[in-house]
Design a protein around this ligand. Structure first.
Ligand code: ATP
Ligand code: FE2
Length: 339
């Protein structure tokens, strides 16, 4: 089984070709980086429209396969920026028509989860999905992924990006804050905003900027921001584990690249006798392979659609879509743990 997946929800356009058991046969992508400030949806979409045809060719060449060997075309239906989503969906529809293959829309958030779960070898872990626009603690239950806790304002990645840009830096801020934080050591108190299993970041953003105005060292600011924000995520993940009587955690989304977050969640999970898994970094950030793999699961569950029913949905939530491939426990869809 081989599926080609198209990711284009926001800053990244990427083509993945994935075979059985989430084996990545090819991955070709590019990130739109605004010269300054945040992402302008139309400019990001123009970037994707320009690059996607070449990326398809490159991925097919790298995988060394012909269109006849592709079993389906999947694309991220939502959530995301409307113009960016439409760029990827249009290419997906064109390929499905030209190659006469099933067209499979998938949810971007569920795709972050499924690639991480497949690589983890864990059948039913708790999921901490920490990315640009989303921050959710998720567990599977009765036919779909359930959001047990989430951010009530911005996603953690957007918070980090906004902070870094306000301090004069460039997008994406998360990795640059991580590099700064590694040089810091002094912990300045910042608002710690946990509400049950939800979190909020806007107070933390305001207070971090106020701290910067006081002239504290950039490295200590980054260290304090990471310590506070990642402790909040670790706490809500632990609460969800306790309530659900679960032990294992899988991380997904771009912020799951962060070593500090990985370390804090790992320490908490191991203390509780569980296992923590995070995918390799190129599969944490947005990528076409996660869309292809989830497309494969969805296609085998009969979720291909006609072109007329393939509209994008910029606000589609994790818990809005069905995950019928999980109904039998999901054992056949995972492979042996790689770390
Ligand atoms: P979503 O999945 O919510 O739609 P997204 O698609 O915008 O979000 P991803 O590619 O999943 O984004 O994640 C991008 C985010 O990850 C950015 O906000 C970026 O700053 C953050 N990020 C990437 N690497 C790191 C890192 N090492 N530490 C912290 N944050 C990081
Ligand atoms: Fe994402």
């Amino acid at each position: 089984m081989t599926v080609l997946g198209i990711e284009s929800t926001a800053h990244t356009c990427s083509i993945g070709i994935v075979g059985d058991r989430a084996e990545v046969l090819a991955l070709a992508g590019d990130m739109y980086r605004p010269p300054k400030g945040g992402i302008h949806p139309r400019e990001a979409a123009n970037h994707h429209v320009e690059l996607l045809p070449d990326l398809v060719e490159r991925a097919m060449r790298d995988a060394n396969i012909s269109p006849k060997e592709i079993d389906g075309i999947s694309f991220a239906q939502g959530p995301g920026l409307g113009p960016c989503l439409r760029a990827g969906a249009t290419v997906a529809r064109a390929l499905a028509l030209a190659w006469d293959r099933p067209l499979v829309p998938v949810n971007h958030c569920v795709s972050h989860i499924e690639i991480a779960r497949a690589l983890s070898g864990l059948d039913d872990p708790m999921l901490l999905y920490a990315s640009g626009g989303n921050t959710q603690v998720i567990a599977y239950g009765r036919g779909r992924y359930r959001v047990l806790g989430e951010t009530i304002d911005v996603g953690i990645g957007n918070f980090l990006d906004k902070l870094w840009i306000a301090l004069g830096g460039t997008f994406p801020g998360g990795p640059q804050i991580e590099a700064e934080a590694k040089k810091g050591s002094e912990l300045h108190p910042l608002p710690y905003s946990v509400h049950g299993m939800d979190v909020a970041f806007s107070g933390l953003l305001t207070a971090s900027l106020a701290l910067a105005d006081r002239g504290i060292a950039r490295a200590d600011l980054a260290y304090s921001v990471e310590t506070t924000a990642y402790a909040m995520l670790t706490e809500i993940t632990e609460r969800a584990l306790a309530h659900r009587q679960m032990r294992h955690v899988v991380l997904g989304g771009g912020v799951a690249c962060n070593e500090r977050l990985r370390g804090m969640v790992r320490a908490m999970v191991e203390e509780r006798g569980g296992t923590m898994f995070a995918p390799p970094r190129h599969l944490c950030v947005d990528n076409g392979a996660m869309i292809a793999w989830t497309g494969e699961l969805a296609r085998l569950s009969g979720l291909a659609v006609p072109i007329a029913a393939s509209a994008v949905d910029p606000r589609q939530r994790t818990d809005q879509v069905l995950a019928p491939w999980r109904e039998n426990g999901g054992a056949s869809t995972t492979r042996t743990a790689v770390n």
